[in-house]
Each structure stands twice: as C-alpha cells, then as structure tokens.
Design a binder for this molecule. Sequence first.
Ligand code: HEM
Ligand code: HEM
Length: 250
Amino acid sequence: MPRILVWDIPTRLFHWLLAVAFVGAFAIAQLLDDDSPNFRLHMLLGLTAAFLVALRVVWGFVGSKHARFGDFAWSPKGLVDYLKGAFAGGGKRYAGHNPGSTWAIAAMFVAVLGLAATGIAMGQGNEAAKDVHEGFVLVMVLSVVAHLAGIVWHTVRHKEAIALSMVHGQRVADAEQAIPSAHPSVAVLFLVLVGLWGGALFTGYDAAKSEVALPGLGVLHLGEPGEGGAEGKGGSEAGEKHEDGGDDDD
Ligand code: HEM
Ligand code: HEM
C-alpha cells in the first residue's frame, strides 16, 4: 500500500497546539496555588484550548475527508470489534480515526469545553463547578492516557510509526483514502485566529481586577469572586473564603 496524505495541516496544528495548551494548563494547576499571580496562565491557556476545540469543531463539519466528524468511526459495535481485534489480532484497518481514537477524541473535546465552562462558572461564584471541573480533568487525563496507550499499542502491533502521522500527515493506506490538499491557506487562517484570540486574552488580562475581555463575548471574571488581584488584595468585600488549600501559612 502507498504512503498517502490523511491529516491536513490545520488538523495537525490543532493537535499540537491543543497538546501544549492542555499540558501547560494541567502542569500549572499542579505546580501553582490558585492564589498565585501566575495561576492566570492556567485559565488563559484553558480558554485558549477551548477556542482551539471550537475551531476544530467547525473544521469537523467543513474540513477535509478524515478531519470531518462524518468520517470518524462512531459505531459502538465498531468499537467493540476494534478492541477485540486490538488484542486478539485481525480487525479492520482505518485510514482516518479508528473507533478507539474516535471516542477518545470526542471525550477530549467534551472535557476541554467542560473545563472552560466550569472554569468560567467558578469565576461567577458557582461553588459546585469546582467538583465538576475536577471531574472533567479526570475525563481528560484518562482520555489522553488511553490515546497515548493506543498509539504505542498500534505502533508495536502494526509496526507503523503512527505518531509521525500527526507530524507529516501521512499514513500507509489505500490510495483512494488520500486527501487532495493539506489546506495550507486554512492553516494560516487558523493560526491568525488562534494568535488573535490568545493575544487578546494575554494582553487584555487585568491583573488588578482578575478580569479578561474575551473578544466579542464581554468581560469575564477569572478565579474565585472577591479575588481582585494577583495577591488577592481587594478580596475583603466578598470575604476570604478558602475552603481548601489549607497549606497557606501567612
Ligand atoms: C496531551 C497530549 C495530547 C492530546 C491532548 C492529544 C489529542 C489528540 C486529538 C484531539 C486528536 C484528534 C486530532 C483531530 O482529528 O483533530 C489526536 C490524534 C492523534 N494524536 Fe494526539 N494528543 C496528545 C498527544 C499526542 C502525542 C504525544 C502523540 C504522538 C506521540 C500523538 C499522536 C496522535 C496521532 C497519531 C493521532 C491520530 C490518531 C488516529 O489515527 O486516529 N498525540 N490527538
Ligand atoms: C485544558 C483546560 C484545563 C485544565 C486541564 C484544567 C485543570 C485544572 C486542574 C488539574 C485543577 C486543580 C484541581 C484541584 O484542585 O484538584 C484546576 C483548578 C482550577 N481551574 Fe482549571 N483547568 C482547565 C481550564 C480552566 C479554565 C479555562 C479556567 C477558568 C476560566 C480554570 C479555572 C480553574 C480554577 C479557578 C481552579 C482552582 C480551583 C480551586 O482549587 O479553587 N481552569 N484546573
């Protein structure tokens, strides 16, 4: 079978930018206290991840063949057959996303959008949102672990360096599965939009008020209400409510 182009450039750019935004947001949440001035990076990276997913959802309807949701392997029976085949051998080969990756990707998209929604809700004072945020973190982490395990498993079992397909866009598959264009001009537009969004967030963040102006969507308060600044100054009005994080020692 020939080596053909299956992933266009917008999909590949989306992939690596999402990976960086997720790992960055996750690592910051592990390393920094949410009172730290730099915790804003966590929230801005998370909002950027959600914007990436929103753009990818649009591309899922209008993009190239294998980027379209219609090409994903959604059938539950297909998933069962795929998992059986992965361990017992045999099973169908897919040029685009297989059933395992289809469901892991769908879970990641829902989790990232859920993380942004609950992150925003926390800023509006919704106490319950914190637990749901943590639930979405778990969904995201499990999906990424399954995703990476699937890639390693596929690489070993089929002796195909599948990881590189998200770099050069190519896989060994039927010639008729090839996409005709890598869509470089859409990739440029994608980068411009992400750059404008990320730039607007990072430059429009008001540390004194803990607020950010989202382009076209209004002003958003980030972090717990009453946190009026990097050092938590101005927080007296809404009270100092720190339910957890009991390691604060003046
Ligand atoms: C936190 C890290 C990662 C996240 C959040 C992530 C997420 C995703 C997502 C959302 C897709 C779907 C792409 C699309 O159609 O838009 C995908 C596909 C893919 N990713 Fe990742 N990924 C991560 C790390 C990696 C790494 C480290 C590799 C390579 C070693 C990798 C290799 C791939 C490959 C090969 C596919 C296509 C899988 C298939 O054949 O269906 N990913 N990933
Ligand atoms: C990829 C996206 C995101 C990931 C992976 C993520 C992950 C996390 C993690 C692991 C924690 C620590 C939870 C704990 O204490 O056990 C956390 C806390 C938090 N996140 Fe996110 N998050 C994301 C997006 C966001 C966004 C977009 C916002 C705000 C708009 C946000 C706001 C917060 C806040 C305020 C906390 C602190 C909660 C507290 O301990 O009081 N996050 N997040």
